[in-house]
Design a protein around this ligand. Sequence first.
Ligand code: CP3
Length: 357
Amino acid sequence: MNFPPLKNDLLLKAAKGEDVERTPVWVMRQAGRYLPEFRAVRENHSFFEICQTPELVAKVTLQPIERFDLDAAIIFSDILVVPQALGMTVEMRPGEGPVLPQPLVSPEDIVRLDKSVNVDDKLGYVSKAITLTRTQLDGKVPLIGFAGAPWTLMCYMIEGGGSRTMSKAKRWIYHWPVKSKRLLSIITDVTVNYLTMQAKAGAQLLQVFESNAEFLGPEQFEKFSLPYLREIATRVKSNLINNVTGDSVEVPMTVFAKGAHYALKELSNSDYDIIGLDWTVDPIEARKQVGPTKTLQGNLDPCALYSSVTEIETLAKEMVKKFGKTRYIANLGHGIYPDVNPDHLKFFVDGIHKAST
Ligand code: CP3
């Protein structure tokens, strides 16, 4: 595909460990409800209607890029489009978040999933949205694609929505470990195809969100999360090298396992280029764990954006100082909250710029 030339490659350089003029910065959930222009679009369209309409996806993906000096765009979508592709109903209820009205109750329910789903067909709208958004970005910044990790998606598919404990999903891994692994493998296969499709459609970096790692301890993480995370990076990269035309697409990959502070070393023993950190991890300790060959991403507490604007700048500068300039991408430690004043994000972004130029 022929896209406009990339004018700002800070993110991709940092991903590869090359020297950068300044630290690249983007923010998880940068397109979302904290932006009045996003809420205006949501007044006329349901959440999944936006996800399924490439023109609307391009519009809301570009909103934060137009407002702030960010170094990457992330495609507007949701991790729950994969359970939808597998045949499950997902509703986005205002004030409640995602609801799956017919969750998987026991392993017999696995047969309900369309495990041989053709991702290019079912999620073709994401592919179209990526191609259109990258074209409209006009090379301003790179476009990030993403997917949910298998354990995190398994949680939603079993819990039927968010949960404080994930005890239903955790019951599966203790009570039905083999069947749980079967489910995780089904999700892994679909996710590999989905991320491969996104890269072929024009995504320039891919992030895998293991947002529910925090509910697993080291042993369960090693059995029910890590192998699937590793498999995804290895298989996606090999798909992109060995595609039928003989072309290869080089796409760096990020793993963000929220709460997996105990597994940073294990996560760095993988084909991911970038390890995302939540705000509970100390940057210097993280670098020790991960070693010199991976890029780190993160990790200011999203709630720090409730500070005064001068304090936000100071916190941003202190963070850059701790991480250092090489192999680092600035971000929050999780997605920005809907009640954050968007002007405050500007001070975060500017603080990163000032600290690193
Ligand atoms: O980062 C971006 O700007 C891209 C868009 C994006 C969304 N969801 C849009 C969204 C991304 C990357 C996601 C990922 C996602 N979705 C994750 C992993 C990241 C994380 O936060 O841990 C998870 C766990 C989900 C599932 C999900 N979708 C939840 C839990 C919710 C409710 C959250 C809430 O704050 O209410 C959603 C809804 C959702 N996804 C919204 C947006 C903008 C808000 C829904 C709305 O507009 O009504």
